[in-house]
Design a protein around this ligand. Structure first.
Ligand code: C5P
Ligand code: MG
Length: 166
């Protein structure tokens, strides 16, 4: 029997902060006096994880599958992007092994929302909770993120393809 094939994918995203917009991270609405600007719900974390999944399966990137010129995706919930990317990977024979991620946002503090975000991502991806990691960092008041003008997210995903038996 041949060994499983493992693939790693990297994702990154950034969105500007804006007053009067929702702050949605991993599908969870975070109470804040501002949110993130974007064509969709601007869920910077979901977008980074979506790109990591697509990257691991060499399926292009989020803009290729969900172009922001397509009215179908206007104000789309980004968990839909995530679900679709994981389905595409599974159709090609890949199982998700784990997701690790970091949200870089100066404020508000996000640690109280870690469990809710992990649960939402795990449910969306069909993964056990202990395979989904979400970390938070400030940018130490430096640069656009540190000055509160934007948020960033990074993600890394491992996929495994089990060879056919026989
Ligand atoms: O960026 P810094 O190293 O100061 O972050 C320290 C801790 O604060 C992080 O490990 C994280 O648990 C938490 N944090 C948070 N929400 C943020 C940024 C950081 O809960 N927006
Ligand atoms: Mg985005």
């Amino acid at each position: 029997m041949s060994a499983s094939e493992y693939r790693t994918g990297l994702g990154w995203d950034a969105h500007r902060t804006a007053p009067g917009r929702p702050l949605i991270l991993g599908g969870v609405a975070i109470p804040a006096p501002f949110g993130l600007e974007g064509h969709s719900d601007a869920d910077v974390l979901a977008h980074a994880i979506t790109d990591a999944i697509l990257g691991a399966a060499a399926l292009g990137d989020i803009g290729m599958h969900f172009p922001d010129t397509d009215p179908r995706w206007k104000d789309a919930g980004s968990l839909g992007f995530l679900r679709h990317a994981s389905s595409l990977a599974r159709e090609r024979g890949f199982d998700l092994v784990n997701v690790d991620s970091t949200v870089i946002l100066e404020r508000p503090k996000l640690r109280d929302y870690r469990t809710a975000i992990r649960e939402k991502l795990a449910e969306t991806l069909g993964l056990a909770l202990d395979r989904v990691s979400v970390k938070f960092k400030t940018a130490e008041k430096v640069g656009p993120v540190g000055e509160g003008r934007s948020a960033e997210a990074q993600a890394i995903v491992t996929l495994r393809r089990v060879p056919d038996a026989g």
